[in-house]
Design a protein. Sequence first.
Length: 158
Amino acid sequence: MFTYLNRYYIIYSMQAKTLLERTGCTTPTFKDWLNKGVIVPAQPGQGKGTHAIYDESNAAALLIGLKMKEAGVVVTNYADAFMALHVWLRETSSFEWHRYDIALTPKGVDVYVAGKVISLADIALVTPLAPICQTLAHSVEGERQYPIFPLHAVKKAK
């Protein structure tokens, strides 16, 4: 696992094995969701020599998908929403995610300030991102290195 700083936030980069360990997702579920577009790698693999790289948006999406699956929802029906969610997560500082709730419909995602009353024109699955952020924060094991910004711990690069 290594980290890098983009203009918004520090990004955890990991391979699939680490992503699955952090989220508790099974390999068959992960592969199905990857093939159907629920999971979008931060950097796709290139042939047999270069593995795909995943980031925190993938971890958040997997945790949301697993909660949906647990509730009996066919997650792959929401692939378009997850693609839009990945875009929003990657464009928004991970330090800010916990301040929002998301509403997923099969066609897309709407983002709301946490705790605000939302008006939905369609049936949607609404989830706060704060518990997802908390789960991700606790899934990083081992030594921690604190970034320049005193906001969030990251695992020390090896």
